[in-house]
Design a protein around this ligand. Structure first.
Ligand SMILES: Nc1ncnc2c1ncn2[C@@H]1O[C@H](COP(=O)(O)OP(=O)(O)OP(=O)(O)O)[C@@H](O)[C@H]1O
Ligand SMILES: [Mg+2]
Length: 332
């Protein structure tokens, strides 16, 4: 695999809820490649956003807590970094954009002020003029027409696509090493979505940052990502180069996910395969592999938590039965 900029190792995150404690992430491990895009995919509730919030140390307080594991970045473990040191990382070295910009932007401040605030925090040597000049330059970079005029406007004066561009401008103001994008285009219509994805790719080409791209949409994964981690019920199931993952999915869950995408040559109205069964409840997880109740290949060994197997240098899987699956596929 290529150089790694951030490594998540055995990350466990818990929430305190009325009925007790739920372990939402249970030993998540993956690597973010330097200068490339890592997609995180998986069904709703599998822990994608909680993974992002754990990396950013933005878990809801006081209910959410990283209980063990490591988030290794630049020689530091972000999981245990002090609040003060984390302030320095967040927004400067690692930034995030969200699905709904209206909730992330402050409605009572102009967009210009919101970008300038990032510089006030992370670039205290910039004076007021320099902050403004840099902010206008950022608005221009993300493709906002008449950036000097837009600087003085409020979020509600902008369209959804333009607001998402402002959020990207804020996130990239300090040229971070890593941008985390949690479903950044789901709320936008298809044309605007394509424009935002193109913009993100272009900005990545310009400054060489890594992107963690969280999405439900496997089409967007194919378009945007160099590598993919597939999550299932609070754990990573498989991580691979995007082509390898689509060609040779080696976790039965990934295989199921990919089989449910319609193919261009499939007969119209043929039923899509779905994965039978449902994700076990967080309050009642089986021991061992969490996919076993839905898996055609499960054996007694699956009572134990699957270890990571390196199938190739750019392909790892957390499944005891990956060889059986690959054999079945080769025979089919
Ligand atoms: N504040 C919270 N308190 C308790 N449980 C939570 C909290 N936030 C998330 N969870 C639980 O953690 C699990 C993972 O949630 P998460 O939001 O990470 O899922 P996701 O993969 O991002 O899903 P989606 O695709 O729907 O955005 C879910 O079961 C959710 O109910
Ligand atoms: Mg989410």
């Amino acid at each position: 695999m290529t150089d790694t900029i951030l490594s998540v190792r055995n990350l466990c995150t818990e929430f305190t809820v009325e009925s007790g404690t739920v372990r939402v992430l249970d030993g998540v491990s993956f690597d973010v490649p330097k200068g490339k895009t890592l997609g995180i995919v998986g069904e709703s509730g599998c822990g994608k956003s909680v993974t992002a919030a754990s990396i950013m140390r933005l878990l809801p307080q006081p209910h959410g807590k990283i209980v063990s594991g490591e988030i290794l970045y630049d020689g530091k473990n972000l999981a245990t970094l002090s609040k003060e040191d984390m302030y320095k990382v967040r927004g400067d070295k690692i930034s995030m954009i969200f699905q709904e910009p209206m909730t992330a932007l402050n409605p009572v401040h102009t967009v210009g002020r919101q970008i300038c605030e990032v510089y006030e925090l992370h670039r205290p040597d910039y004076d007021k003029d320099k902050r403004k000049q840099k902010a206008i330059r950022m608005l221009e970079k993300v493709g906002i027409p008449e950036p000097a005029k837009r600087f003085d406007e409020y979020p509600h004066q902008l369209s959804g696509g333009m607001r998402q561009r402002v959020m990207i401008a804020i996130a990239l103001a300090c040229e971070p090493d890593i941008l985390i994008a949690d479903e950044p285009t789901t709320a936008l219509d298809v044309t605007i979505q394509a424009q935002i994805l193109d913009l993100m790719k272009k900005l990545q080409d310009d400054n060489g940052m890594s992107i963690i791209f969280i999405t439900h949409d496997l089409g967007v994964v194919a378009e945007m990502c160099d590598e993919v981690v597939v999550m299932y019920a609070g754990r990573a199931a498989e991580q691979a180069d995007v082509f390898k993952l689509f060609e040779n999915p080696s976790h039965p869950y990934t295989h199921g996910l990919l089989s449910s995408i319609p193919k261009l040559d499939s007969q119209p109205r043929t039923q899509l395969p779905t994965i039978p069964g449902s994700v076990p409840s967080l309050l009642n997880m089986p021991s061992g592999c969490r996919f076993q109740n839905r898996c055609d290949f499960a054996t007694d060994q699956c009572q134990q938590t699957p270890e990571q197997t390196l199938i190739a240098s750019d392909h790892k899987v957390f499944c005891w039965q990956w060889q059986t699956l690959n054999q079945k596929r080769a025979e089919a």
